[in-house]
Design a protein around this ligand. Sequence first.
Ligand code: SF4
Length: 384
Amino acid sequence: MVECSTKNKLRNIVDTPFYSKLLGALPTGCRMCVKGEKMVLYATGVCPRSCWYCPLGENRKDQDVIFSNEATVKSFEDIVEECEMSQAKGCGITGGDPLARLDRTVEYIVKLKEKFGSKFHIHLYTTFVLCSAENMKRLYDAGLDEIRFHPDFDKLEDMMRIDNALKYDWEVGIEIPCIPRYEKQIFEMIDYMEGKNVSFLNVNEFEVAGTNMDKMEEEGYEAKDIDSHGVEGSDELGDKILEYCQDKKINVHYCSSTLKDRVQMTNRYKLRAEKVKTKFDEVTEDGQLYRGCIYLKGFALRDMLSDEYKSTPREEIIKKLNEKKEFLEEEGLELIVDEKKLRLITYPEHVEQFAEVLNELDLVPALVEEDPTVKAYETDIDYL
Ligand code: SF4
C-alpha cells in the first residue's frame, strides 16, 4: 500500500469515479471489490457480538450457514465452483464473525490459496472479541492477506488487541458503519489508530436495509431519500472524518451505498454473466441476462401458486418441455430446456417473432431479464 504523506501537510480528499471519497490509497481488498473481482465467502452467521444495527437477515443471523456469493455451500468444491463461475481473483471472508468458526475459516484460506495460487487475494472481516495472539497467528500462517476489524463503539478498549494483528506483514485496517450517534467514539478510535500505525480506515455509509429496517426506525434513523438506503447524516459525518484525517497517516475510504449497489454488484454480475450466459443471452449494462423464455401454460412464473403447478411432479413437466422442444425445433427454433426453472430458453427475437404461434400452442412466451447468480432472480418479465 502507498504510504500517506507526512503530518502537517493536508492531503486532498478525492471523489472517486465509483461514487466514494478517498484520502490516501485504497486497500487492495477494496480495489478488487470495486471491479467485482472478489467472491464473498460468508463463513458463518454466528457472531459473539449483537450489534443493534446488525444487517443480517433472520435466515443468517446466529445460524451456522455458509454461502459463496448467493450459493449455499455444502463442501469446499461448491466454493471453488462459485469462484470459477464468477471469475473471482480473490475473496472477502465475512459473517457473522468468521473467527467464531476459526478451524473452518483457516481451512478455506489454506485450500483457496492451494487451488488458485498465492496471488488469490483474501481479506477477512472480524471483531476484536476473538483477536487473540493465537488466532492471529493461525490466520497469518494460513496465508490471509488483509484483516479488517469492526470495533464495538461501546467498548473501544477492546481495540488494544489490534497489537496481536499488527505483528504480522499483512494489511490491517478498521471498517465501520458511519453511524451519526457514534461521532465522538469514531474520533477517539481514529486518534488511537494514529498512534498504532493502522494502515486504513474504511467507513461505510450507514444503511437502512430490509433486515434492520424496524430496528433502525425505532432508533430514529431513516433513509435520506426514496432512491437510497443511506441514512440521513451519514454522508455528513463521513466528510468530517475525512477532513479530520487529512493531516494523519491513515488511508480513509468513505464507501457509499451507491458504490455497493451500482458499481460493485454490477461489475460482479457482469463477470458472472459473461461466464454463465448461453448463446441465446445478451448481457445488459447492469450485468443482467436478457433472454427469450417459453413456459408451459400453467407453469409460468406467474402460475407458480396454481394447483396444477403444485401438484405436477417436476419430471413430468421436464418431459413435456422436451416434447415441446422437439416439436419447435422441427419448426426451425433453437432452444434448450432449463430444468431448474422449468422453461425453454431461446433468442429474444425468436419469442417476439413466434409469440402468436407459441400462444396458440398453449405456450407462454416471455422476454426475461434475470440476475446471473445461482438464484437467477427474474428482475423483469414481459409476457407476450
Ligand atoms: S459484529 Fe457484525 S455480524 Fe456481528 S452482530 Fe455486529 S454487525 Fe452483526
